[in-house]
Design a protein around this ligand. Structure first.
Ligand SMILES: Cc1cc2nc3c(=O)[nH]c(=O)nc-3n(C[C@H](O)[C@H](O)[C@H](O)COP(=O)(O)O)c2cc1C
Length: 190
């Protein structure tokens, strides 16, 4: 059987460096044999969570589609910018919507796996946001892989061939992905 991964980016920005980093991880996962679905998070389709809105209108179609996507995959590839030392509100909002219970539906998080990535033009690569994301996902029952990559100076880090210009960084990314696949296959007996 094939490991199925859902890829999410914490930035909807057109020229997002996190989207570029996620793409490198997606390619590495596909090359290693995984089935990867890319799901674009957008602010217009995922309104800011509000319990009154939910009570009045239910869960928005995009949030339900994301919830179904979570349920249909074994693990997650996530890349998010760091905003003031935290992962982005776009990603938090999406996770909050997905966490809302639907009668009869299993938890979309429990038993899933995740590998985390961040990219920043700064020198720390967005690494300060990742522990918060790790904690949030762990609280929801996701097994977050130990390996992660925070890509510093990301505006200069991509080669023309769609991989990271620095061979060591590319190798680290690939190790994160293959470790995630191994963890996921073991947990799900794939
Ligand atoms: C509100 C806000 C806060 C930010 N805070 C940080 C930060 O704490 N650390 C950092 O490295 N970059 C920070 N940045 C810069 C982002 O890393 C930069 O905008 C990056 O390109 C965003 O990722 P994206 O290209 O994937 O959209 C911040 C940007 C914004 C808009």
């Amino acid at each position: 059987m094939t490991v199925k991964l859902l890829a999410l980016c914490g930035s909807a920005r057109q020229d997002s460096i996190n989207a570029r980093l996620l793409k490198v991880a997606v390619t590495a996962a596909r090359t290693a044999g995984a089935d990867v679905t890319e799901f674009a998070l957008t602010t217009d389709l995922l309104p800011l969570f509000d319990e009154d809105r939910e009570a009045a209108n239910g869960i928005p179609a995009a949030a339900l589609a994301l919830k179904v996507a979570f349920q249909g995959h074994d693990g997650l590839l996530i890349a998010s910018p760091e905003y003031n030392g935290f992962f982005t509100p776009l990603l938090k909002n999406a996770i909050d919507w997905v966490s809302r219970p639907v009668a009869g539906a299993p938890s979309p998080f429990a038993g899933k796996t995740a590998a985390l990535f961040a990219a920043s033009a700064g020198g720390l690569g967005g690494i300060r946001g990742l522990p918060h994301l790790r904690l949030l996902l762990s609280n929801l029952g996701v097994h977050v892989a130990a390996g992660q990559l925070a890509l510093a100076r990301a505006d200069q880090a991509f080669g023309s061939d769609g991989i990271l210009a620095d061979a060591g960084q590319q190798a680290l990314l690939q190790t994160c992905v293959t470790d995630l696949l191994r963890l996921t296959a073991g947990l799900h007996r794939i």
